[in-house]
Design a protein around this ligand. Structure first.
Ligand code: PLP
Length: 382
C-alpha cells in the first residue's frame, strides 16, 4: 500500500493543455489576459461576484482589505483565535489591534454570541472564518448587526468556494470576502487567491491598492481616463495572480461542481463508515448532508481524549498522513501578544489539541477511504 497523502494537487490533462496553450501563444505570462478575464466572467455567472481581484493568495486578498481600511492604533479587528495566521498578521502589520473570540465545540465555528460579547467601541472589523469550507448559519444576522454598529464584515472564505447559505454563495454577505486557490484547496493555481469587493464604496480604492498602489488599471483600460501615464496614488503592493497561474486555474472553475461531487462521495463514505460507531472516541465535526450546499473541503474529527499526537503517529505508521488543521493563534509566539485578560477561549483551549483532519482530495479513492476508516477503528478497538 502506497502512503496515503493528506492532500494532492488537482491534476487533469485539460488543465495542463490550457497552460501549454498559453505558453505556445507566446502571450504575456503576467496578464491580465484571456484566462483572468474568463475566470472573472465565470465567477460572476456561478456565484454572482461583481467586483473581484484575482490575487496571488488569500493572504494577499486580506492584505488588500487591511490596506484599504487604514485602521488606527486603538482600532480592533475581531476574529476567532482558531484561525490562519495571515488573517491576523495582515491587520497587525498596519498597526491596529486584533481581538480573539471563541468557537463552538461541535463545528469549530464562532457563534453569533462569541462575536457579540467581544464587540466594544473600538471594534472596526469582524472577520468570520468559513473554516473547513463550512459556513456559519447566521450571516444575515451578523451582517445586520455590523451595519447597525458601523463595523466592516469580512468573510475569510479561504477553502469555501462552492459552499452556500440560504441559496447565496459564501462571499456574498460581507463587505469583502477572501478565497484561496492554494494547492491544498478544492481548486488550485499553485498559490492563488481571490478578493470579492461587495461594498461599492471601496471598489475604486481596491483597484488602486491591488495594482501596486497605482492607477494603471484605469490608464490601460479606460480611454476617457484623465491621465495618460499611471503613477503612485495609494499604498498598495504587488498582489496580482499571474496569467500563467490563471491558465492552470481557468478550466477548473467550470469543473467546480464535478470536483465537489467527487469529494461528496468520499465524505459520504467516511461518514457512513463512522456514523453511529464509537461515538465515545470522537465526533465528526461536519455533517452529511448539509441544509445548504457544502463544498466538502475537509473531513474533520474531534477526539474525545487528548491523544492526538499518539493517534497521528499511529496513522503515519499505517501510511496514512492526517493533519492537525491549525494551532490556535493565541497560543502562538506572535499571536499571544493580543490575548487580553478578559478574552475567554474556553472551547478553543479545550479542543485545539484534539482536532484531526483525515485525508481528503480528488485523487483519494473510495477503497482508500475504507482502508483509512478501518485503521481508525482498529486504533480505537485496541
Ligand atoms: C482560513 C484561512 N485563511 C487564510 C488562508 C491563507 O490562504 P493562502 O495560502 O492562499 O494565503 C488559509 C490557508 O489555508 C486559511 O485556511
Amino acid at each position: 500500500m502506497r502512503t496515503i497523502k493528506f492532500s494532492t494537487p488537482l491534476q487533469d490533462k485539460k488543465y495542463f493543455d490550457n497552460v501549454k496553450r498559453l505558453l505556445d501563444s507566446k502571450k504575456s505570462l503576467h496578464g491580465p489576459g484571456e484566462n483572468i478575464f474568463k475566470i472573472k466572467k465565470e465567477l460572476k455567472k456561478q456565484f454572482g461576484f461583481e467586483h473581484v481581484h484575482l490575487t496571488n493568495s488569500c493572504t494577499a486578498a486580506m492584505e488588500i482589505c487591511a490596506l484599504m481600511l487604514s485602521l488606527k492604533k486603538n482600532d480592533e479587528v475581531l476574529m476567532p483565535s482558531y484561525n490562519y495566521n495571515t488573517t491576523a498578521s495582515s491587520f497587525v502589520r498596519t498597526g491596529c489591534k486584533i481581538r480573539y473570540c471563541d468557537i463552538k465545540k461541535e463545528n469549530l465555528l464562532p457563534s453569533f454570541d462569541d462575536f457579540r460579547k467581544n464587540v466594544n467601541k473600538n471594534t472596526k472589523v469582524i472577520i468570520v472564518i468559513h473554516m473547513q469550507g463550512l459556513c456559519v448559519d447566521y450571516l444575515d444576522k451578523l451582517k445586520k448587526f455590523c451595519l447597525k454598529k458601523k463595523i466592516i464584515l469580512i468573510e475569510d472564505a479561504a477553502p469555501a468556494l462552492g459552499t452556500y447559505l440560504k441559496g447565496k454563495s459564501v462571499g456574498s454577505y460581507g463587505d469583502f470576502a477572501t478565497f484561496s486557490f492554494h494547492e491544498t484547496k478544492n481548486y488550485q493555481s499553485g498559490i492563488g487567491g481571490l478578493l470579492v469587493v461587495n461594498n461599492k464604496k471601496f471598489r475604486k480604492k481596491s483597484d488602486l491598492v491591488f495594482d501596486k498602489g497605482t492607477d494603471r488599471t484605469y490608464v490601460v483600460s479606460d480611454p476617457n481616463y484623465h491621465k495618460k501615464y499611471y503613477s503612485w496614488v495609494e499604498l498598495g503592493s504587488c498582489f496580482r495572480l499571474p496569467e500563467l497561474n490563471a491558465s492552470y486555474l481557468q478550466p477548473q472553475i467550470k469543473d467546480i461542481n464535478k470536483v465537489i461531487d467527487y469529494r461528496e462521495r468520499l465524505f459520504k463514505r467516511y461518514y457512513e463508515n463512522f456514523f453511529n460507531w464509537l461515538k465515545d472516541e470522537f465526533i465528526i465535526c461536519n455533517k452529511y448532508k448539509h441544509k445548504d450546499k457544502y463544498n466538502y473541503h475537509a473531513f474533520t474529527i474531534i477526539l474525545k481524549k487528548k491523544e492526538r499526537e499518539k493517534f497521528l503517529k499511529y496513522l503515519k505508521n499505517q501510511k496514512i498522513i492526517a493533519f492537525i488543521s491549525f494551532e490556535a493563534l493565541h497560543l502562538s509566539k506572535m499571536g499571544k501578544k493580543w490575548l487580553t485578560k478578559n478574552t475567554k477561549l474556553k472551547n478553543t483551549n479545550e479542543i485545539i489539541k484534539k482536532i484531526v483532519r483525515l485525508p481528503m482530495h480528488n485523487k483519494l479513492s473510495i477503497q482508500e477511504v475504507d482502508y483509512i476508516s478501518k485503521k481508525v477503528k482498529d486504533y480505537f478497538k485496541k
